[in-house]
Write a protein that binds this ligand. Structure first.
Ligand SMILES: [Ca+2]
Ligand SMILES: [Ca+2]
Ligand SMILES: [Ca+2]
Ligand SMILES: [Ca+2]
Length: 451
Protein backbone atom coordinates (compact mmCIF):
# COMPACT_ATOMS: atom_id res chain seq x y z
CA UNK A 1 0.00 0.00 0.00
CA UNK A 2 2.77 2.43 0.87
CA UNK A 3 4.34 1.85 -2.60
CA UNK A 4 1.05 2.72 -4.22
CA UNK A 5 0.81 5.97 -2.24
CA UNK A 6 4.46 6.83 -2.92
CA UNK A 7 4.21 6.08 -6.62
CA UNK A 8 1.01 8.12 -6.90
CA UNK A 9 2.65 11.04 -5.08
CA UNK A 10 5.75 10.84 -7.27
CA UNK A 11 3.65 10.81 -10.41
CA UNK A 12 1.76 13.91 -9.32
CA UNK A 13 4.99 15.66 -8.34
CA UNK A 14 6.44 14.83 -11.75
CA UNK A 15 3.37 16.16 -13.55
CA UNK A 16 3.31 19.34 -11.45
CA UNK A 17 7.05 19.83 -11.99
CA UNK A 18 6.71 19.58 -15.73
CA UNK A 19 3.69 21.85 -15.78
CA UNK A 20 5.58 24.49 -13.82
CA UNK A 21 8.51 24.11 -16.18
CA UNK A 22 6.30 24.53 -19.21
CA UNK A 23 4.38 27.51 -17.91
CA UNK A 24 6.97 29.57 -16.04
CA UNK A 25 9.61 31.82 -17.58
CA UNK A 26 12.61 29.89 -18.76
CA UNK A 27 14.83 32.74 -17.70
CA UNK A 28 14.35 36.01 -15.95
CA UNK A 29 17.08 38.22 -17.21
CA UNK A 30 18.35 41.64 -16.36
CA UNK A 31 19.68 43.38 -19.41
CA UNK A 32 21.71 46.52 -19.22
CA UNK A 33 21.85 48.70 -22.27
CA UNK A 34 25.22 50.16 -23.14
CA UNK A 35 26.26 52.47 -25.91
CA UNK A 36 28.26 50.72 -28.58
CA UNK A 37 31.39 52.67 -27.86
CA UNK A 38 31.64 51.51 -24.30
CA UNK A 39 32.21 47.83 -24.81
CA UNK A 40 33.65 46.07 -21.81
CA UNK A 41 36.57 44.23 -23.42
CA UNK A 42 37.82 42.51 -20.26
CA UNK A 43 37.12 39.14 -21.83
CA UNK A 44 38.35 40.07 -25.30
CA UNK A 45 42.16 40.19 -25.23
CA UNK A 46 42.57 42.83 -27.95
CA UNK A 47 45.83 42.71 -29.92
CA UNK A 48 47.03 45.93 -31.55
CA UNK A 49 48.00 44.41 -34.87
CA UNK A 50 45.68 45.91 -37.49
CA UNK A 51 43.56 42.76 -37.63
CA UNK A 52 40.04 42.68 -36.30
CA UNK A 53 39.40 39.01 -35.55
CA UNK A 54 39.75 39.97 -31.88
CA UNK A 55 36.82 42.40 -32.29
CA UNK A 56 34.44 39.94 -33.90
CA UNK A 57 32.00 39.85 -30.99
CA UNK A 58 31.97 43.64 -30.62
CA UNK A 59 29.38 45.89 -32.19
CA UNK A 60 30.70 48.35 -34.78
CA UNK A 61 28.70 51.39 -35.79
CA UNK A 62 29.18 53.69 -38.74
CA UNK A 63 29.91 57.38 -38.35
CA UNK A 64 31.22 59.72 -41.02
CA UNK A 65 31.79 56.69 -43.19
CA UNK A 66 33.88 54.87 -40.59
CA UNK A 67 32.89 51.65 -38.84
CA UNK A 68 34.08 52.17 -35.32
CA UNK A 69 34.08 50.25 -32.05
CA UNK A 70 35.28 51.44 -28.68
CA UNK A 71 35.97 49.65 -25.46
CA UNK A 72 37.93 49.36 -22.28
CA UNK A 73 39.24 46.89 -19.78
CA UNK A 74 40.77 47.43 -16.36
CA UNK A 75 43.83 49.24 -17.70
CA UNK A 76 43.29 50.36 -21.30
CA UNK A 77 41.00 52.16 -23.71
CA UNK A 78 40.68 50.69 -27.22
CA UNK A 79 39.36 52.02 -30.51
CA UNK A 80 39.02 50.04 -33.73
CA UNK A 81 38.10 51.78 -36.96
CA UNK A 82 37.61 50.54 -40.50
CA UNK A 83 36.66 52.51 -43.58
CA UNK A 84 36.56 51.98 -47.31
CA UNK A 85 39.24 53.54 -49.48
CA UNK A 86 40.32 52.32 -52.89
CA UNK A 87 43.93 53.46 -52.57
CA UNK A 88 46.41 54.05 -49.79
CA UNK A 89 47.66 57.63 -50.21
CA UNK A 90 50.67 58.64 -48.17
CA UNK A 91 52.16 61.72 -49.80
CA UNK A 92 53.01 64.68 -47.59
CA UNK A 93 52.75 68.23 -48.93
CA UNK A 94 55.75 69.78 -50.64
CA UNK A 95 57.49 73.07 -51.27
CA UNK A 96 58.39 73.80 -54.88
CA UNK A 97 60.97 76.48 -55.54
CA UNK A 98 59.75 78.59 -58.46
CA UNK A 99 62.40 81.29 -58.53
CA UNK A 100 63.96 84.17 -56.60
CA UNK A 101 62.16 87.30 -55.44
CA UNK A 102 65.24 89.08 -54.10
CA UNK A 103 68.87 88.10 -53.57
CA UNK A 104 68.14 85.88 -50.57
CA UNK A 105 64.35 85.53 -50.88
CA UNK A 106 63.08 82.55 -52.89
CA UNK A 107 59.58 82.14 -54.29
CA UNK A 108 57.80 78.92 -53.25
CA UNK A 109 54.69 77.09 -54.29
CA UNK A 110 52.98 74.94 -51.72
CA UNK A 111 51.99 71.60 -53.27
CA UNK A 112 49.13 69.81 -51.50
CA UNK A 113 49.83 66.34 -50.19
CA UNK A 114 47.60 63.32 -50.59
CA UNK A 115 47.45 61.66 -47.22
CA UNK A 116 44.84 59.28 -45.81
CA UNK A 117 44.02 60.11 -42.24
CA UNK A 118 41.90 59.20 -39.25
CA UNK A 119 41.47 61.10 -36.00
CA UNK A 120 39.49 59.81 -33.03
CA UNK A 121 39.16 61.07 -29.51
CA UNK A 122 37.23 61.67 -26.36
CA UNK A 123 35.98 64.94 -24.99
CA UNK A 124 33.99 66.12 -22.01
CA UNK A 125 33.78 69.70 -23.23
CA UNK A 126 36.76 70.76 -21.12
CA UNK A 127 39.39 68.10 -21.54
CA UNK A 128 39.97 66.22 -24.77
CA UNK A 129 42.40 63.65 -26.08
CA UNK A 130 42.62 63.32 -29.86
CA UNK A 131 44.61 60.52 -31.50
CA UNK A 132 45.68 60.84 -35.11
CA UNK A 133 46.78 58.24 -37.63
CA UNK A 134 48.09 59.20 -41.06
CA UNK A 135 49.17 56.92 -43.88
CA UNK A 136 52.17 59.18 -44.50
CA UNK A 137 55.23 59.19 -42.27
CA UNK A 138 54.25 62.49 -40.64
CA UNK A 139 52.88 60.23 -37.90
CA UNK A 140 54.70 57.29 -36.41
CA UNK A 141 53.90 53.68 -37.33
CA UNK A 142 53.79 52.63 -33.67
CA UNK A 143 52.18 55.61 -31.94
CA UNK A 144 49.26 57.90 -32.72
CA UNK A 145 49.95 61.63 -32.75
CA UNK A 146 48.31 63.06 -29.62
CA UNK A 147 46.73 66.46 -29.31
CA UNK A 148 43.83 68.22 -27.61
CA UNK A 149 40.68 69.63 -29.17
CA UNK A 150 42.34 72.95 -30.02
CA UNK A 151 45.08 71.19 -31.95
CA UNK A 152 47.65 71.68 -29.19
CA UNK A 153 49.96 68.63 -29.17
CA UNK A 154 50.84 66.57 -26.12
CA UNK A 155 54.33 67.21 -24.76
CA UNK A 156 57.40 65.34 -25.98
CA UNK A 157 58.94 65.06 -29.40
CA UNK A 158 56.25 65.18 -32.06
CA UNK A 159 56.25 62.43 -34.72
CA UNK A 160 57.01 65.11 -37.34
CA UNK A 161 58.92 68.30 -37.91
CA UNK A 162 57.04 70.83 -40.02
CA UNK A 163 59.33 72.38 -42.56
CA UNK A 164 58.46 76.03 -42.01
CA UNK A 165 59.90 79.22 -40.61
CA UNK A 166 56.58 79.89 -38.88
CA UNK A 167 53.81 77.90 -37.26
CA UNK A 168 51.97 77.13 -40.49
CA UNK A 169 53.02 75.78 -43.86
CA UNK A 170 51.36 78.51 -45.89
CA UNK A 171 50.61 82.19 -45.26
CA UNK A 172 53.98 83.56 -46.38
CA UNK A 173 55.84 80.70 -44.73
CA UNK A 174 58.91 79.13 -46.32
CA UNK A 175 60.92 75.96 -45.80
CA UNK A 176 63.93 76.00 -43.48
CA UNK A 177 65.23 72.50 -44.35
CA UNK A 178 66.41 71.20 -47.70
CA UNK A 179 65.46 67.86 -49.26
CA UNK A 180 67.88 65.98 -47.02
CA UNK A 181 66.58 67.63 -43.82
CA UNK A 182 69.60 69.94 -43.48
CA UNK A 183 69.06 73.62 -42.59
CA UNK A 184 68.98 75.79 -45.68
CA UNK A 185 71.79 78.34 -45.49
CA UNK A 186 71.61 79.70 -49.02
CA UNK A 187 68.30 79.80 -50.86
CA UNK A 188 70.10 80.86 -54.07
CA UNK A 189 71.84 77.54 -54.61
CA UNK A 190 68.60 75.55 -54.65
CA UNK A 191 67.68 74.99 -58.31
CA UNK A 192 64.26 76.16 -59.47
CA UNK A 193 61.78 73.28 -59.57
CA UNK A 194 63.28 71.63 -56.48
CA UNK A 195 60.62 69.83 -54.40
CA UNK A 196 61.21 69.74 -50.64
CA UNK A 197 59.05 67.86 -48.14
CA UNK A 198 56.92 70.07 -45.92
CA UNK A 199 57.05 67.39 -43.21
CA UNK A 200 59.89 65.23 -41.93
CA UNK A 201 59.42 62.26 -39.62
CA UNK A 202 60.85 62.41 -36.12
CA UNK A 203 60.92 59.76 -33.39
CA UNK A 204 58.29 60.74 -30.81
CA UNK A 205 58.79 60.48 -27.08
CA UNK A 206 57.20 61.54 -23.78
CA UNK A 207 53.46 62.08 -23.79
CA UNK A 208 53.43 61.53 -27.57
CA UNK A 209 53.96 57.79 -27.07
CA UNK A 210 50.93 56.83 -25.00
CA UNK A 211 48.72 55.58 -27.80
CA UNK A 212 49.81 52.31 -29.41
CA UNK A 213 48.60 51.98 -32.94
CA UNK A 214 48.49 49.46 -35.78
CA UNK A 215 47.26 49.85 -39.34
CA UNK A 216 46.40 47.50 -42.18
CA UNK A 217 45.25 48.31 -45.71
CA UNK A 218 43.80 45.40 -47.66
CA UNK A 219 43.37 47.20 -50.98
CA UNK A 220 39.81 48.25 -50.22
CA UNK A 221 39.72 49.18 -46.54
CA UNK A 222 41.89 50.88 -43.98
CA UNK A 223 41.89 49.35 -40.53
CA UNK A 224 43.39 51.09 -37.50
CA UNK A 225 43.53 49.97 -33.89
CA UNK A 226 44.38 52.27 -30.99
CA UNK A 227 45.18 51.45 -27.38
CA UNK A 228 45.97 53.83 -24.55
CA UNK A 229 46.27 53.34 -20.80
CA UNK A 230 43.23 54.74 -19.01
CA UNK A 231 45.66 56.66 -16.83
CA UNK A 232 48.91 57.55 -18.63
CA UNK A 233 50.21 59.56 -15.70
CA UNK A 234 50.83 62.50 -18.02
CA UNK A 235 49.33 65.88 -17.24
CA UNK A 236 48.09 66.38 -20.79
CA UNK A 237 46.11 63.13 -20.80
CA UNK A 238 42.71 62.88 -19.20
CA UNK A 239 41.77 59.77 -17.22
CA UNK A 240 38.72 58.48 -19.10
CA UNK A 241 36.37 56.19 -17.23
CA UNK A 242 34.38 54.66 -20.05
CA UNK A 243 32.35 52.58 -17.64
CA UNK A 244 30.63 55.82 -16.67
CA UNK A 245 30.03 57.73 -19.86
CA UNK A 246 28.04 60.60 -18.47
CA UNK A 247 28.95 63.72 -20.44
CA UNK A 248 31.70 62.06 -22.45
CA UNK A 249 31.68 62.47 -26.22
CA UNK A 250 33.42 60.40 -28.81
CA UNK A 251 34.73 62.43 -31.72
CA UNK A 252 35.90 61.23 -35.09
CA UNK A 253 37.20 62.53 -38.39
CA UNK A 254 38.56 60.80 -41.46
CA UNK A 255 39.80 61.94 -44.83
CA UNK A 256 41.00 60.52 -48.10
CA UNK A 257 43.91 62.34 -49.78
CA UNK A 258 44.18 65.01 -47.09
CA UNK A 259 46.21 68.02 -48.26
CA UNK A 260 48.65 67.61 -45.33
CA UNK A 261 48.53 71.31 -44.66
CA UNK A 262 48.15 71.01 -40.89
CA UNK A 263 47.14 68.65 -38.10
CA UNK A 264 43.87 70.35 -37.22
CA UNK A 265 40.68 68.62 -38.25
CA UNK A 266 37.00 69.15 -37.86
CA UNK A 267 35.90 66.41 -35.50
CA UNK A 268 32.36 65.10 -35.68
CA UNK A 269 30.81 64.58 -32.30
CA UNK A 270 29.37 61.14 -32.36
CA UNK A 271 27.07 60.72 -29.45
CA UNK A 272 26.12 62.06 -26.12
CA UNK A 273 26.09 59.48 -23.43
CA UNK A 274 23.61 60.90 -20.99
CA UNK A 275 20.99 58.37 -21.88
CA UNK A 276 21.37 55.12 -20.12
CA UNK A 277 19.04 52.19 -20.12
CA UNK A 278 18.50 49.54 -17.54
CA UNK A 279 16.23 46.98 -19.03
CA UNK A 280 14.68 44.06 -17.26
CA UNK A 281 13.56 41.32 -19.57
CA UNK A 282 11.42 38.35 -18.81
CA UNK A 283 11.24 35.74 -21.48
CA UNK A 284 8.69 33.03 -21.61
CA UNK A 285 9.83 30.41 -24.02
CA UNK A 286 7.05 27.97 -24.58
CA UNK A 287 8.04 24.49 -25.48
CA UNK A 288 6.57 24.89 -28.93
CA UNK A 289 9.06 27.60 -29.65
CA UNK A 290 7.17 30.85 -29.37
CA UNK A 291 8.66 33.63 -27.36
CA UNK A 292 7.10 36.44 -25.47
CA UNK A 293 9.19 39.27 -24.18
CA UNK A 294 7.94 41.69 -21.65
CA UNK A 295 10.16 44.61 -20.87
CA UNK A 296 10.37 47.35 -18.38
CA UNK A 297 13.08 49.94 -18.58
CA UNK A 298 14.54 53.16 -17.37
CA UNK A 299 15.07 55.87 -19.95
CA UNK A 300 16.96 58.96 -18.80
CA UNK A 301 16.17 58.02 -15.24
CA UNK A 302 12.44 57.78 -15.97
CA UNK A 303 10.87 54.42 -15.43
CA UNK A 304 9.07 53.13 -18.51
CA UNK A 305 6.67 50.30 -17.95
CA UNK A 306 3.55 48.78 -19.42
CA UNK A 307 5.30 47.97 -22.63
CA UNK A 308 4.28 46.13 -25.68
CA UNK A 309 4.91 42.50 -25.70
CA UNK A 310 6.27 40.64 -28.64
CA UNK A 311 4.49 37.41 -29.15
CA UNK A 312 4.60 34.54 -31.59
CA UNK A 313 8.22 35.17 -32.40
CA UNK A 314 9.33 31.94 -33.92
CA UNK A 315 12.86 32.15 -32.77
CA UNK A 316 15.30 29.42 -32.11
CA UNK A 317 12.97 26.62 -33.14
CA UNK A 318 12.89 27.94 -36.68
CA UNK A 319 16.58 28.67 -36.80
CA UNK A 320 17.63 25.48 -35.10
CA UNK A 321 15.18 22.58 -35.07
CA UNK A 322 17.25 20.68 -32.52
CA UNK A 323 17.21 23.57 -30.14
CA UNK A 324 16.52 23.49 -26.49
CA UNK A 325 12.72 23.92 -26.66
CA UNK A 326 12.43 21.10 -29.16
CA UNK A 327 14.40 18.69 -27.04
CA UNK A 328 12.42 19.70 -23.99
CA UNK A 329 9.19 19.13 -25.92
CA UNK A 330 10.37 15.70 -26.96
CA UNK A 331 11.37 14.73 -23.44
CA UNK A 332 8.11 15.99 -22.02
CA UNK A 333 6.23 13.80 -24.48
CA UNK A 334 8.24 10.82 -23.21
CA UNK A 335 7.54 11.94 -19.65
CA UNK A 336 3.82 12.16 -20.39
CA UNK A 337 3.81 8.65 -21.83
CA UNK A 338 5.55 7.49 -18.66
CA UNK A 339 2.82 9.18 -16.63
CA UNK A 340 0.19 7.34 -18.65
CA UNK A 341 2.14 4.13 -18.12
CA UNK A 342 2.25 4.82 -14.39
CA UNK A 343 -1.52 5.32 -14.43
CA UNK A 344 -2.05 1.95 -16.15
CA UNK A 345 0.18 0.22 -13.64
CA UNK A 346 -1.64 2.11 -10.87
CA UNK A 347 -5.03 0.82 -12.05
CA UNK A 348 -3.58 -2.65 -12.45
CA UNK A 349 -2.07 -2.40 -8.97
CA UNK A 350 1.46 -3.28 -10.08
CA UNK A 351 3.73 -1.70 -7.49
CA UNK A 352 7.05 -2.26 -9.23
CA UNK A 353 5.63 -0.98 -12.51
CA UNK A 354 4.45 2.24 -10.85
CA UNK A 355 7.82 2.83 -9.29
CA UNK A 356 9.66 2.14 -12.55
CA UNK A 357 7.32 4.57 -14.32
CA UNK A 358 7.95 7.17 -11.62
CA UNK A 359 11.69 6.60 -11.99
CA UNK A 360 11.42 7.09 -15.77
CA UNK A 361 9.52 10.32 -15.20
CA UNK A 362 12.14 11.48 -12.76
CA UNK A 363 14.98 10.55 -15.07
CA UNK A 364 13.31 12.29 -17.99
CA UNK A 365 12.94 15.41 -15.89
CA UNK A 366 16.57 15.13 -14.90
CA UNK A 367 17.64 14.74 -18.53
CA UNK A 368 15.58 17.79 -19.45
CA UNK A 369 17.71 19.78 -17.07
CA UNK A 370 20.95 18.14 -18.15
CA UNK A 371 20.38 18.92 -21.81
CA UNK A 372 19.04 22.31 -20.85
CA UNK A 373 22.29 23.00 -19.03
CA UNK A 374 24.37 21.89 -22.00
CA UNK A 375 22.32 24.03 -24.36
CA UNK A 376 22.24 26.92 -21.95
CA UNK A 377 25.50 28.56 -22.94
CA UNK A 378 24.73 28.58 -26.64
CA UNK A 379 21.21 29.63 -25.88
CA UNK A 380 22.29 32.63 -23.83
CA UNK A 381 24.83 33.60 -26.50
CA UNK A 382 22.16 33.47 -29.14
CA UNK A 383 19.79 35.27 -26.83
CA UNK A 384 22.16 38.16 -26.18
CA UNK A 385 22.98 38.40 -29.90
CA UNK A 386 19.40 38.37 -31.05
CA UNK A 387 17.42 40.10 -28.39
CA UNK A 388 18.36 43.58 -29.55
CA UNK A 389 16.53 42.98 -32.81
CA UNK A 390 13.48 42.13 -30.76
CA UNK A 391 13.89 45.23 -28.68
CA UNK A 392 13.86 47.32 -31.81
CA UNK A 393 10.27 46.31 -32.26
CA UNK A 394 9.33 47.79 -28.94
CA UNK A 395 8.03 51.28 -29.46
CA UNK A 396 9.77 53.08 -26.63
CA UNK A 397 13.10 51.61 -27.62
CA UNK A 398 12.93 52.79 -31.21
CA UNK A 399 15.55 55.40 -30.60
CA UNK A 400 17.98 52.82 -29.26
CA UNK A 401 19.46 52.67 -32.68
CA UNK A 402 22.96 51.86 -31.59
CA UNK A 403 24.11 49.49 -29.01
CA UNK A 404 24.61 46.07 -27.73
CA UNK A 405 22.59 44.22 -25.19
CA UNK A 406 24.69 42.62 -22.55
CA UNK A 407 23.29 39.63 -20.78
CA UNK A 408 24.10 40.43 -17.21
CA UNK A 409 22.73 37.42 -15.43
CA UNK A 410 20.94 34.20 -16.10
CA UNK A 411 17.58 33.28 -14.77
CA UNK A 412 17.31 32.17 -11.21
CA UNK A 413 13.57 31.86 -11.65
CA UNK A 414 11.66 28.69 -11.06
CA UNK A 415 11.26 27.96 -14.73
CA UNK A 416 14.72 26.94 -15.60
CA UNK A 417 15.57 25.14 -12.40
CA UNK A 418 12.26 23.42 -11.93
CA UNK A 419 13.21 20.30 -13.90
CA UNK A 420 16.47 20.02 -12.01
CA UNK A 421 14.81 20.34 -8.63
CA UNK A 422 11.81 18.17 -9.39
CA UNK A 423 13.61 15.80 -11.70
CA UNK A 424 16.49 15.36 -9.30
CA UNK A 425 14.18 14.77 -6.32
CA UNK A 426 12.01 12.36 -8.23
CA UNK A 427 14.87 10.44 -9.76
CA UNK A 428 16.64 10.13 -6.42
CA UNK A 429 13.52 9.12 -4.53
CA UNK A 430 12.30 6.74 -7.22
CA UNK A 431 15.75 5.21 -7.53
CA UNK A 432 15.96 4.67 -3.79
CA UNK A 433 12.49 3.16 -3.68
CA UNK A 434 13.27 0.91 -6.60
CA UNK A 435 16.47 -0.20 -4.89
CA UNK A 436 14.63 -0.87 -1.64
CA UNK A 437 11.94 -2.78 -3.50
CA UNK A 438 14.46 -4.94 -5.32
CA UNK A 439 16.38 -5.44 -2.10
CA UNK A 440 13.27 -6.54 -0.22
CA UNK A 441 12.20 -8.77 -3.12
CA UNK A 442 15.56 -10.52 -3.17
CA UNK A 443 15.64 -10.67 0.65
CA UNK A 444 12.21 -12.32 0.64
CA UNK A 445 13.40 -14.84 -1.93
CA UNK A 446 16.49 -15.53 0.16
CA UNK A 447 14.40 -16.01 3.30
CA UNK A 448 12.08 -18.33 1.39
CA UNK A 449 15.07 -20.31 0.09
CA UNK A 450 16.47 -20.55 3.62
CA UNK A 451 13.09 -21.79 4.84
CA1 LIG B 1 43.65 43.28 -33.40
CA1 LIG C 1 43.12 56.95 -50.00
CA1 LIG D 1 49.84 61.61 -24.14
CA1 LIG E 1 46.52 63.97 -24.48
Amino acid sequence: MKYKITATALTYIAIIGMLIFVTTPIATTEVEYQYYWANDLSESSIQIDGFFSDWRNITFETYVGVDVAIGYDDTNIYVAAEWADNAENDLVSLWNKTGMIETDEAAWDFIDGEDDRLAVGFSNGIDADIWVWTASNRTNDDYAYEMNSTGHPDSGNLPFVMNTNGTTLTDSAKPIYNSTFQPIVDYNVIPNGTMINAWFPQTPNGSQTDVDIAHFFDGANHRVEFRRAIDTGNEDDYVWDLSDLSDIYFVISSSNRDDAEDMEFFMSEVEETREWYDITVTTNVHVLGDAKIYSTGINNGTSVTGLQKIDAVNWRLVADPLAFPTIVSFLIIIGSLAVVLAGIFFIAGKKVGMIIAAAVIGLVSGVVMLIGGIMYMSWTTWYSNSIFQLFEQIEFLDDLEYGTITLMGSGLGLGFYTPLIFGGLIAATAGTLLGLKLYSTFSMKKIKQEE
